[in-house]
Design a binder for this molecule. Structure first.
Ligand code: NDP
Length: 399
């Protein structure tokens, strides 16, 4: 029985809050704080006032304010589903007040689109000394894809060698251009240079320049592009036998055309420009005019397919497996009023929090998901709406 404080009240939070609310035996009290109080109140209404017992306004860029709120609420764990910019102030506040921490995306500075764990891994000793735990990247990718890799390594291979994480959204929301999670974070991620790991070093590619047409179970063939994604960094560290690790994401032609035009006219820039006497960041303005990802759920059809291809050695033979989940936008909308991208992020965050609070994954320090035994987490994916499948492939990925 534990009290949790959820910070952030967007698309992912709405799923986290509702899924935690379904498990009162684990999450005895849920408190919700975000920058805009009205959004917390709306989610409270959705989940029930008996389950979300307190809502609060907080600016989570300010560690002192978050620490004050934690002292007021006294939770066992903070679930951070605000934006990556808030990771460090929230971790500081958890350290100051003696509370465990969980997030779904690694820290990035606002003025630099730079995705790496170095800032958060630097908290390892401080969390350890205080007997506190921080679980990093507990969404789907990062998150479930890390656990899929650990599961493959534990049950299918003596040595893992090649990893290809694939993220397909085969859904249709009927909008000309929209992102499925926070537009600012999403566009920063996909417009950066591509990067993959091979033979002990990182190799860079131009943004969205390497394409493969991949066949996704229950979706079909989709153009997929090589991107850098944050779980690659922790996975190559924790599975040093990996000779190569890559990440692929699907984008339709229409989406890429819009993105190219927006980039060409400067709308994806994160550097402030002067407009009518004030500084505005073009990408922040663009976010304000794009559809709110949470609003896409109604009428969204089709499925996501996210998974991990692993090639390695078992009993002297090379083999390849694919572990994946399909998630249907219409079904998640029916269950919790959210589209599948919010759902596939929010459910693992809830499971990760339960794994910590119930002691399955409780260890002082700062950890990535693949550093724990994957089995119980995998069981819970099946129980809480994200069933997974393993197929043995006839040939290595992409061959
Ligand atoms: P949204 O933009 O929908 O929600 C973000 C929420 O954080 C909003 O309620 C926002 O408040 C709040 N917020 C922003 N800044 C502050 C602040 N300074 N103080 C307090 N609250 C703040 O984003 P999503 O729900 O789509 O994404 C949430 C997180 O999940 C992101 O970090 C994203 O990167 C991550 N994610 C991870 C995935 C994974 O698989 N691992 C996949 C998808 C997302 P306001 O309403 O006022 O703007």
């Amino acid at each position: 029985m534990s009290k949790v404080l959820v910070i952030g009240a967007g698309g992912v939070s709405s799923v986290v809050v509702q899924k935690c609310a379904m498990l009162p035996q684990v999450f005895s009290e849920i408190h919700l704080a975000s920058r805009t109080l009205a959004k917390c109140e709306a989610l409270q209404e959705e989940a029930g006032k008996d389950r979300v017992v307190g809502v609060y306004q907080v600016d989570a860029d300010d560690a002192a304010k978050v620490a004050d709120l934690i002292r007021q609420v006294q939770p066992s764990l903070v679930i951070n589903v605000a934006l990556p910019y808030q990771d460090l102030p929230i971790m500081d506040a958890c350290l100051e007040t003696g509370v465990h921490y969980l997030d779904t995306a690694n820290y990035e500075p606002k003025d630099e689109a730079k995705f790496e764990y170095s800032w958060q891994w630097a908290y390892q000793e401080r969390f350890k000394e205080k007997g506190l735990m921080a679980l990093l990247g507990a969404g789907f990718d990062p998150g479930v894809t890390n656990v899929f890799t650990a599961y493959a390594a534990k049950h299918y291979f003596d040595e893992v060698q090649y990893l290809d994480i694939v993220d397909c959204n085969g859904g249709d929301h009927g909008q000309a251009f929209a992102t499925n999670f926070n537009p600012e974070i999403n566009i920063r991620e996909i417009t950066q240079r591509g990067k993959f790991w091979e033979n002990g070093e990182w190799h860079e590619t131009d943004p969205i320049s390497v394409r493969k047409d991949l066949d996704y179970p229950n979706v079909g063939v989709r153009p997929s592009y090589l991107l850098f994604h944050e779980e690659l960094e922790s996975l190559v560290k924790h599975f040093p036998t990996l000779k190569r690790a890559r990440f692929w994401m699907t984008f339709g032609d229409e989406y890429l055309t819009h993105l190219r035009v927006l980039e060409n006219v400067g709308m994806t820039s994160i550097h402030p420009v002067q407009f009518q006497g004030q500084d505005i960041v073009p990408l922040e303005f663009l976010k304000a005019v794009l559809p709110n990802p949470g609003s896409l759920a109604e009428g969204y059809t089709g499925k996501t397919c996210i998974g991990t291809y692993v090639t390695g050695i078992k009993d002297g033979q090379q083999k390849t497996i694919f572990i994946y989940n399909n998630c249907d936008h219409a079904e998640t909308n029916k269950e919790v009023g959210a589209q599948a991208v919010s759902y596939t992020t929010g459910v693992p965050a809830m499971i990760g929090a339960a794994m910590m609070l119930e002691g399955h994954w409780m260890k002082p320090g700062v950890w990535n998901m693949e550093q724990f035994d994957p089995d119980e987490f995998m069981n819970r994916l099946n129980q809480h709406g994200l069933p997974w499948h393993v197929t043995e492939c006839d040939k290595p990925f992409g061959a």
